[in-house]
Design a binder for this molecule. Sequence first.
Ligand code: HXC
Length: 261
Amino acid sequence: MIGAMGYEHLLVDVEAPIATVTLNRPRVLNALSPDLIRELTTALSELDADDSVRAVVLTGGPKVFAAGADISDMADRGAVDQLRRDQTGRWAPLAGFSKPLVAAVNGYALGGGCEVVLMCDVVIAGETARLGQPEINLGIIPGAGGTQRWPRTAGKYVAMEAMLTGQPIPAQRAYELGLVNKVVPAEVTVEIAKRVARQIAEKPPLAARMAKEAVLKAFESPLSEGLASERKSFYFLFATEDQKEGMHAFLEKRKGVFKGR
Ligand code: HXC
């Protein structure tokens, strides 16, 4: 069903100066399909441009935040397909949202769902919240920032355990580890998140924007990021025919013939 704002998988409720975006695919625990992500990034771009909105609450509703990227969409995709469609690059408007984003998390926030939480600026968790990165059980790793934002948020060992065991972390433990700001009874999670959003919305919006930008800057470590990315690209090139041709051509003292494959 298409909602009032024309979204199939989202509810968007603007109560200026705040707005609430609710992920709404309950049958599959809000699995983050490409269509849902497209709608979410579109909605956030619109809210970013709407001067009457100064802070946004992002929630999955009373039962679940999101059980991750949609596995039925990913199961049979190949590496080149993933690279070309740039599955997680398309999530960028979420991390780039310029206004304060308050997550209201009840139930599972797993995989990509947890990575969405980690892109939010303040996290209110219901007592039922469980944050985790179970990708390892599927033969993959987090692809929307999990391996980078967990260590920067909760440290190396917490991140390693989460990534390597795939075990979700319950709300209270997540609070102790600094992964969420507050734990509240599940039935008031969204209301408390809205209260925090309204409190932020009262602040000068430009200062809020700069404060958000400044804190996020602390996440950046350009050299190590650059080195990690270089190393991955370096290894990836060993999957290409051109690398084999280039190196063998050198050893055979001839000029390489490259095909861009
Ligand atoms: C597609 C999903 C889904 C998902 C649940 N469902 N998670 N569909 N993608 N990520 C569907 C189930 O297939 C089922 O559909 C329905 O939702 C209800 O789920 P159940 O498993 O029956 O519920 P329950 O027994 O309560 O178990 C809840 C759960 C489990 C523990 C959260 O669903 C689960 O483990 N889900 C997968 C979690 C996960 O691995 N997430 C990481 C995904 S990879 P039917 O039709 O059978 O009723 C990822 C990569 C991110 O996120 C990288 C960046 C994009």
